[in-house]
Design a protein around this ligand. Sequence first.
Ligand SMILES: Cc1cc2nc3c(=O)[nH]c(=O)nc-3n(C[C@H](O)[C@H](O)[C@H](O)COP(=O)(O)OP(=O)(O)OC[C@H]3O[C@@H](n4cnc5c(N)ncnc54)[C@H](O)[C@@H]3O)c2cc1C
Length: 373
Amino acid sequence: MKNKIHKYDFLIVGAGLIGAIAALALVQKKFKVLVIDKKNFILKDNRTLAVNANSVDLLKQLGIWNNLKSKPQPIDKIFIKDDISRKPLIFQNEHESMGNVIFNKDMYGLVRKKLLYLKILKTDNNFEINDLSPNKALKINKKNYVFKKIVISIGKNIISNTYHKSIIFDQQHFSYVGFFKHSKVHNNIAYEFFTNHGPLAVLPSPAVNKKKSTFIYSSKNKINKIELKKLIKTKITSSHGKLTFDHSIQKFPIIPHLVKKNDKFIYIGDSLKSIHPVAGQGWNLGVKDIQTLCKIIDQYTIDAKKFNSIYYSRRMFESTIYFSFTSLLNFLYESNFALNNEFIKVGYTALKNFKSLRDVFIKQAMGRINLTD
Ligand SMILES: Cc1cc2nc3c(=O)[nH]c(=O)nc-3n(C[C@H](O)[C@H](O)[C@H](O)COP(=O)(O)OP(=O)(O)OC[C@H]3O[C@@H](n4cnc5c(N)ncnc54)[C@H](O)[C@@H]3O)c2cc1C
């Protein structure tokens, strides 16, 4: 039947790590879902993700967590150091790991496989998003479809499309990501060093012998490989021993943004907001977008008039806080004013002296605090 219209609940545009997982979560709730992506291949992504405790719960619920190729590497402690205060800030949670480091490509591989098995992924589809509308017929690969809801999950690509309005806070940062082996074990400790030129994070990487780590250095200043390796050696040799770097160091542009809500679409993941990787929370916040969407579905029907506005009222607050906090943190360290240093010292001392304040930060980073629902 040539003119048959296929009626679906959700169209998800973008099959990245958030769009694809959102699709699996909605299918688990028995919705009819179709996912489209403009590319027909998985981008080669050698990065790792620090997956927080809340995101682990969702990955377990979807049968992903226990099937990852490389065993996740737990983060049991986080050391935070800067050039202003002499002693490090230590974050530790007694009851469960604060996060786990996994390879992006392991998760991509599994999630893609599931989409293909469910026959809900159509690639090589690059629509003019502005032309998409809920409850309006759309031709995809010669078939007619109608979708009740359209979820936009095209990552940061949203910024280049003028239809979608965003607040952009571009600090001209690039992130440099790589791996190194070390002679001492990392003891499942993650490190964050705040330098005047930008933050350097060193995280345990999946490896059975616990002698491999990954780094993310972000800065607006250009840095070559030799200078970067020297910086990392200065900061980490005492704890990690002799370092041997992998050859490849990848570079990513960082453009934090916060989309302005639009009642036609539901934005999730990096399409809703992208934040500086200093907090290692971008993807974890995307998981919260998915969880909020699923919770609203449990409380209202997807035809409910106020559905989209409820979603935005629940997700914009936390997104704005992370967007502002991560941008402010970089600004304070980078612009080397005496007043900024005083401001940092006050925050640092408060966190150092008050365990209850540290506990709030830990719970927030683990995704265990729900700011809106
Ligand atoms: C260096 C670095 C380190 C990071 N580390 C962490 C971390 O430790 N923890 C953490 O939580 N987060 C981290 N993040 C953030 C995390 O990587 C992102 O938040 C997450 O990958 C975003 O996923 P997404 O699915 O929203 O977007 P993407 O992964 O960008 O996926 C977008 C998808 O949409 C498709 N697409 C694009 N345009 C169109 C179109 N017009 N039509 C159809 N399809 C389209 C693309 O092909 C792609 O498949 C880090 C980010 C960086 C840069």
